[in-house]
Ligand binder design. Structure first.
Ligand code: GDP
Ligand code: GDP
Length: 436
């Protein structure tokens, strides 16, 4: 489940973001109707020869108020912390610069595999200019052109060779979850409080990256959980840890590795723009979602306070209408003991399989209550439906014409399925497909 990770580093203007977009390819495109999701991504998924990977553009993590050299050194450090393979980008147009040397030196000491890309080699004649890059001590330089998409196949071939081999198979029994949220909502406090509750901690396991630490524990039911390390949990006092882009990148990585994501809000401060963006990522990734309103001890309450807050959440996070909401306090430990059971429930729901016969009964009943829509005189016909995947539950509905399945009708079908089955906490996908 955890993808190998590639990070691109290098001084400004060598073409990192151009290369990032090339390598991420069309997979960088994102669902447009998820609110609050920004387009300038620094984290994306890519694929090469059947290998899926994640890719980070460290150049997009701006570390403000730091001198130029310090910034690129920190970006290199992020790459070392996060990536399995590092791509150092330089420019064939400008040749080797002091900044390239400084970054190369840091990467060289890291013992991580580094592939040196000499970018802006737009035509074959320029290939002769790359030999000076051997001086960086990182082995063979690969000539590439981000703007023309040249040479990247060779780089990716090489990168794939360094991907860690997967031996996480036996982890299927454990439910992986993470806590995400903006800084100071109380993620670390919650984690400590959850783990502090006389649970048996099985082990701290080394993650795929050097200092990512996941924690395993066994809940009261005997279920094993793995808590995924997230931003803000391991405060090491590094400057970049406070930048928004860095914490977003870390949150996205945690989401990718989780089955269930706890989106933590600060009950005292209410909902902020950044909360919506972070929750949007979890939804988009198709993970189970639980909304945790923390610091509930600090909120002045009357009988309606919780209901009002809940309504506000439903308003602001309309696309997360399936997510359960829980009001807690890391400080007083109020309701914290309920969290593992809710995670377990969501995990069950996202793994649920509905037999085709039952599913088709639900769909036919749905069509009877609310006839299928027509468009330009043509009516949507539904032939049958079948569940093709779990995590998240995904249903293919065979129809006469895919375009006739409007968003609102798919949504109606989803609601009917949800009425019949407890899919609380998990998104479900409905995919119309033309019957051949
Ligand atoms: P970053 O600061 O390292 O992320 O660099 P960008 O991706 O923003 O690119 C910096 C500039 O170099 C832009 O004007 C790009 O159009 C240009 N550039 C990027 N890749 C290439 C390339 O392969 N060839 C040429 N000639 N220009 C490129
Ligand atoms: P993180 O950045 O999301 O990991 O947040 P922290 O766990 O570091 O918490 C930020 C601050 O909020 C700290 O001063 C905590 O002591 C405080 N805090 C966290 N949870 C609660 C809570 O439930 N109630 C109160 N009163 N304070 C809390």
């Amino acid at each position: 489940m955890s993808n190998p990770t590639i990070a691109i580093v290098g001084r400004p203007n060598v073409g990192k973001s151009t290369l990032f977009n090339r390598i991420a390819g069309e997979r960088i495109s994102i669902v447009e109707d998820t609110p609050g999701v920004t387009r300038d991504r620094i984290y994306a998924k890519g694929e090469w020869l059947g290998h899926e990977f994640s890719i980070i553009d460290t150049g997009g993590i701006d570390i403000v108020d730091e001198p130029f050299m310090e910034q690129i050194k920190q970006q290199a450090q992020i790459a070392i912390d996060e990536a399995d393979v590092i791509l150092l980008a330089a420019s064939g147009k400008e040749g080797v610069t002091d900044a390239d040397e400084a970054v190369a030196k840091i990467l060289y000491r890291s013992n991580k595999p580094v592939i040196l890309m000499v970018n802006k080699v737009d035509n074959p004649e320029m290939r002769n200019d790359i030999y000076e890059f051997y001086a960086l001590g990182l082995g063979e330089p690969y000539p590439v052109s981000g703007s023309h998409g040249l040479g990247l196949g060779d780089v990716l071939d090489e990168a794939v060779k360094h991907f860690p081999t997967d031996n996480e198979e036996e982890e299927d029994e454990t439910i992986k979850f993470s806590l995400i949220g903006r800084p100071n909502v109380g993620k670390s406090s919650l984690i400590n409080a959850i783990l502090g509750e006389d649970r048996v901690i099985v082990s701290d396991i080394e993650g795929t990256t050097r200092d990512a630490i996941d924690t395993k524990f066994v809940g009261e039911s005997g279920q094993e959980f793995t808590m995924i390390d997230t931003a803000g949990m391991r405060k090491r006092g590094k400057v970049y840890e406070n930048t928004e882009k860095y914490s977003v990148m870390r949150a996205m990585r945690a989401i990718d590795r989780s089955d269930v994501v706890l989106v933590v809000l600060n009950g005292e401060e209410g909902i902020r723009e950044q909360d919506k963006r972070i929750a949007g990522y979890a939804h988009e990734a198709g993970r189970g979602v639980i909304i945790v309103v923390n610091k509930w001890d600090l909120v002045k309450k009357d009988t309606n306070t919780m209901k009002k807050f809940e309504e506000e959440i439903r308003d602001e996070f309309a696309y997360l209408d399936y997510a359960p909401i829980i009001f807690v306090s890391a400080m007083t430990k109020q309701r914290l003991n309920k969290i593992p059971a809710i995670i377990e429930e969501v995990s069950m729901n996202q793994n649920l399989r509905i037999p085709s016969s039952v599913l088709n009964d639900i769909i036919m009943d749905a069509v009877a209550i609310n006839p299928t829509p027509t468009d330009k005189g043509k009516r949507l016909k539904i032939f049958y439906a079948t569940q093709v995947a779990v995590k998240p539950p995904t249903f293919v509905v065979f129809v006469n014409e895919e375009e006739l399945m409007h968003f609102s009708y798919a949504r109606f079908l989803e609601n009917q399925i949800r009425k019949a089955f407890e899919f609380e906490g998990t998104p479900i996908k409905i995919i119309p497909r033309r019957r051949k």
